[in-house]
Design a protein around this ligand. Structure first.
Ligand SMILES: *Cc1c(COP(=O)(O)O)cnc(C)c1O
Length: 381
């Protein structure tokens, strides 16, 4: 087992990941495949560290945003199907083919390039077609010319068009329906031309839970794998699967009137006990948490005081009771026991839950726990 090279860590509860995936699979039913979205290094939890648990508990496919994320997983997992949902530049397509990744395409141009590479490497290259029904990010625009191009792609000998997908803007029920109907109309047209797909998908986490009618035969959940609940209509019994924690590095007593951190933006209004914690904005903690953020020590909330530094911050421990250097500190928990949940952190930092998780940088080691025991430690640095 690797040593844990720092006190500030992300602890991942693999039992909770397993539980969440099983619940998602249960919800979707056996006829709907799960493309588990582990982009952005598994939303900060470490894609490699969680992929096996996901795939052994109901995941059917791994989905990432970018080629390098796919290659990172492929190095460790030789057999899992991996979908790159984003664009790969032409010059890098050979790595897709060499490593048996599934590439999203939305131009005839890239289809032809991949087909040529397939011929060269003597293999069928798997692709999913991205079809844009209104999000206006990536995808074939919804028109006749695009459908004709997709038909041409379907005839390329060294390509296997395994899937086709779109993405909902989730504006409202009415707009969702318009997008979905554009998609199914395109699918009907293609079917009439003899072009069919193994996987058809349009639903992310929120859509999968809130709009069962749009699950088709594959869903692409990200947030809910990790226990992040953005849905509001449906129900899904999942748990936040990670904790961001650290330990107190230093404790000191301050006299009334003394300042703390840059510009002395916090000043002691009474004699105080101040703790220094070894995490800062370079670990992905939002710098705008100043005067709002808190951590949890011994089940009690300790406010973050003064400017949050790159690598450290200070907390007021005066009202916490007996504490000592080395005591455990919860930065983000699951909201129980006075901890700050990812939901609350996102509100305080004025962003969304996915960003709070994904912005945690490579500096904190990832510590994987199963059955209450540490089973793996990853130090990226
Ligand atoms: C990120 C992403 C998802 C997963 O999003 P969640 O909201 O985390 O479920 C699904 N599909 C695509 C295309 C994505 O980029």
């Amino acid at each position: 087992m690797n040593p844990i090279l720092r006190d500030t860590i992300v602890e991942i509860n693999l039992d909770r990941i397993a539980h969440n995936v099983r619940k998602i699979k249960e919800m979707a039913g056996k006829n709907v495949a799960i493309a588990a979205v582990v982009k952005a290094n598994g939303y900060g939890l470490g894609a490699i560290g969680i992929a096996q648990t996901i795939m052994e508990n109901g995941g059917d496919y791994l989905a990432v945003a970018a080629l390098n994320e796919g290659l990172n997983l492929r190095k460790v997992y030789g057999n899992y199907p991996i979908l790159i949902m984003g664009h790969t530049p032409d010059s890098n397509l050979l790595y897709v083919v060499e490593n048996d990744l599934t590439q999203t395409i939305f131009t005839l141009h890239q289809a032809k390039l991949l087909n040529a590479l397939g011929k060269e490497y003597e293999k069928k290259v798997k692709v999913h077609i991205k079809y844009d029904t209104g999000f206006n990010r990536l995808g074939f625009k919804d028109n006749k010319k695009s459908l004709e191009d997709i038909e041409k792609i379907s005839k390329l000998e060294f390509l296997e068009i395994e899937g086709i997908f779109s993405h909902l803007a989730l504006k409202n029920d009415e707009e969702n329906k318009i997008q979905y109907e554009k998609f199914t109309k395109a699918l009907d047209y293609l079917k009439a031309k003899g072009v069919t797909f193994t996987f058809k998908h349009i639903a992310d986490s929120i859509a999968s839970v809130d709009y069962p009618q749009y699950r088709m035969n594959m869903i692409r959940p990200g947030a809910i794998l990790y226990g992040l609940k953005g849905f509001h209509k449906g129900e899904l019994n999942i748990y936040q699967a990670f904790t961001f924690k650290t330990k107190i590095s230093y404790i000191k007593e301050l006299s009334k009137g003394e300042g703390v951190s840059y510009d002395y933006l916090w000043k002691a209004t009474r004699d105080s006990i101040i703790g220094t914690l070894p995490f800062g904005y370079a670990d992905g903690y939002p710098r705008n948490m100043r005067d709002k953020g808190y951590v949890t020590v011994n089940g009690k909330k300790a406010p973050i005081i003064g400017v949050i530094c790159m690598d450290q911050c200070m907390v007021d421990l005066t009202d916490i009771g007996p504490v000592k250097e080395g005591d455990e500190v919860i930065i983000y928990g699951d909201g129980t026991d006075n901890t700050m949940s990812i939901q609350e952190a996102s509100e305080l930092a004025q962003t969304n839950k996915n960003e709070i998780a994904a912005r945690i940088t490579m500096r904190p080691p990832r510590v994987y726990v199963k059955g209450g025991k540490i089973v793996k430690v990853t130090n990226y640095l």
